[in-house]
Design a protein around this ligand. Sequence first.
Ligand SMILES: [Zn+2]
Length: 283
Amino acid sequence: MGVDGSARVVWVFVDGLGLAPPSEVPPPTPRLDALVGGPALVDRPLAGTAQGCRWELDATLGVAGLPGTATGQATLVTGANAAAALGRHIHGYPGPRLRAFIDAEGSLFQRVRAMGRRAALLTAYPEGAGETALRYAARRAGAALALGEALLPHLGCAPGSADAGRAAEEAAAMAARLAEGWDLAVVETDLCDRAGHLREGREEARRRAVACADRFLAALRARLGRGDVLAVTSDHGNVESERRGHSRNRVPLFALGACRTAPAGGDLTAFAPWLVDVLAGAT
Ligand SMILES: [Zn+2]
C-alpha cells in the first residue's frame, strides 16, 4: 500500500519485450501465463484472471521504421506521441529535441506529484551510464532517483548467478523492499533488449532473459499487497521475435493484481493516463 493506504503501483519497464504473432512461438513464460490466463507473449486475445490481465499497445505510433527506446519511453512517460512529433523513431538516449519535448509535454512523474503522491525510480545506474528518457523525466520531475542496487536491471540474471530462481527471488525481494512507502515505484531494465540484439547465442540468451523476467515479475507480484498493481510495459518488441533486433510488433501492458481500469487507447500514448487513473483509484 502507498503512504495513505491507497493503491500503490510498481511499474517495471522492460525494454524490447513485444508480443509475437500467433504464427511464432516466443520464449516460455509459465508464471506470467498463469497470471493472465494464456500465452502472455503471443498477440491474441486473453481472458485474464483474478490475478492479472494484459492489453496490447501499438509501438509503431504510426511512424515508419523500427521503433526505438528514446521516442518509445518519451511517449510512455508523457502520453504524447514523440515519434510523430519528431518525425521519426529515435533509438538509445534522448537528444536536446526529445528532452525539450518531454519538458513541454510534462511527464507522468509530474502528474503523480501534482496528485500529492510520491514517485521514485528504483533502478541504480553505473557511473557514467547514459540518461534514458525515462530517467530524464524522473529527474526533471524531482522524483527520487537511484535508490536501488545494481542487481535490479538484471532481474535475477546478473552475471555469475548460478541459481536463476534464487537470483530472481532476491531481485524481487529487493524491489519490493525499495518500493515500500512510494505510491509509484519504477524499475527500468534493458535485459531483454540486449539479448534480442545478440548476433551469436541469441536463441539461448533470449530464452534466459525472458525466463528471468518471468520469474522476477511473478516473485515481485507475490510480494506486493492485495490492492497494489504491478504494471509492466515496453517500448518496442525484440526478444519475442524470431528475428534479431527491434520489431514492429505490439507490446504488452500487463496489470498484475488488479484489472479494473483498461487503457483508453491502443498505443503507447495510452499508458501515462492509464497509470495516473490506476493510481487515482479510478474504476
Ligand atoms: Zn534495442
